[in-house]
Design a protein around this ligand. Structure first.
Ligand code: SF4
Ligand code: SF4
Ligand code: SF4
Length: 281
């Protein structure tokens, strides 16, 4: 059974942006809470609010019964909630709820403004030099880098005391507010990467993104294209922050973060439809 949830929307992008700001502010509050005197010991460490912390501590917990330091059962709860969202709507967590994804979207927007874009016209390619799209010969192999990153972290977790990514985790660098030299370096690389390539961490290195990618193929809430309506104008490709080529033909692509910017941008009514259930219209 399938049901059309929404035929066309003009406010999805704004709603997403509002949710992303809430997530960013909420994460900063969690970070702030853990640097206030006497607060660090209450409600778990900053790390315990991380879904990926649940993945990092999963194998040690399974094989030894002990969780890695700085993680606790809250990580498993956050991980389960994230997987629940993925089961229903694929990588919607990445498009709507991840603070790091939001931070990269904001940096890309500010970069365009910094380089002279006064007003973003939806569906029109920005003329600013940054952020740029890497050439295919670099972009394609790099897209696979996140899978070995995930595999190495899982393997390393069996031999570590703290979660393997913890020392140079971009979430801690951006939101944790408790900095080390390595985290300052991570922050600089993260910012430079995000200025250079839109969502560079998501595209190339994020191990949580690698974990969630598979769910785009199986989640019931999905975008479907009606090729009878679509005229291949390419507006949706231009708005895709993950640079998915030929969006209407690749709506279950593992790189899609379900941000719905393509749906919001499409000017031909009925070309893209958000559906529950089958891939047919
Ligand atoms: S790929 Fe990683 S950093 Fe990017 S939005 Fe998804 S979970 Fe967040
Ligand atoms: S889905 Fe819409 S925006 Fe994308 S190519 Fe088709 S008509 Fe153009
Ligand atoms: S294909 Fe559409 S929903 Fe997926 S990432 Fe690109 S713009 Fe967002």
């Amino acid at each position: 059974m399938s049901a059309s949830v929404r035929e066309k929307s003009f406010s999805l992008s704004k709603s997403r942006r509002a949710i992303q700001w809430m997530v960013v502010i909420g994460t900063l509050v969690i970070g702030l809470r853990h640097i206030l005197p006497g607060e660090g010991s209450r409600g778990g460490s900053f790390d315990s609010f991380c879904a990926f912390g649940g993945i990092e501590t999963l194998l040690p917990y399974f094989f030894t019964g002990h969780m890695l330091k700085s993680t606790n059962l809250l990580n498993f709860s956050v991980l389960l909630a994230t997987l629940g969202v993925a089961l229903v709507a694929g990588r919607a967590f990445c498009g709507w709820l991840c603070p790091l994804g939001a931070a990269q979207d904001f940096v890309a927007e500010w970069t365009r403004k910094l380089f002279g874009e006064t007003r973003h016209v939806r569906g029109k390619r920005s003329k600013t030099i940054l952020p740029l799209r890497l050439p295919d010969f670099l972009d394609r192999p790099l897209r696979y880098a996140k899978y070995p990153v995930l595999a190495i972290i899982l393997l390393a977790s069996l031999f570590m005391v703290f979660p393997p990514l913890r020392g140079f985790c971009p979430v801690r660098a951006v939101f944790g507010l408790k900095m080390t030299s390595l985290l300052w370096l991570t922050l600089m690389v993260f910012l430079a990467g995000s200025v250079l390539v839109e969502r560079f961490w998501c595209k190339y290195f994020c191990p949580l993104g690698a974990t969630l990618a598979i769910f785009n193929k199986i989640s019931p809430v999905r975008l479907v294209a009606d090729h009878g309506h679509c005229n291949d104008c390419g507006r949706c490709d231009i708005e895709c922050s993950m640079d998915i080529a030929d969006v209407p033909h690749h709506l279950d692509h593992p790189e899609c973060v379900r941000c719905m910017e393509c749906l919001d941008t499409c000017a031909r009514e009925g070309s893209l439809v958000l559906k529950v259930g089958s891939t047919n219209l």
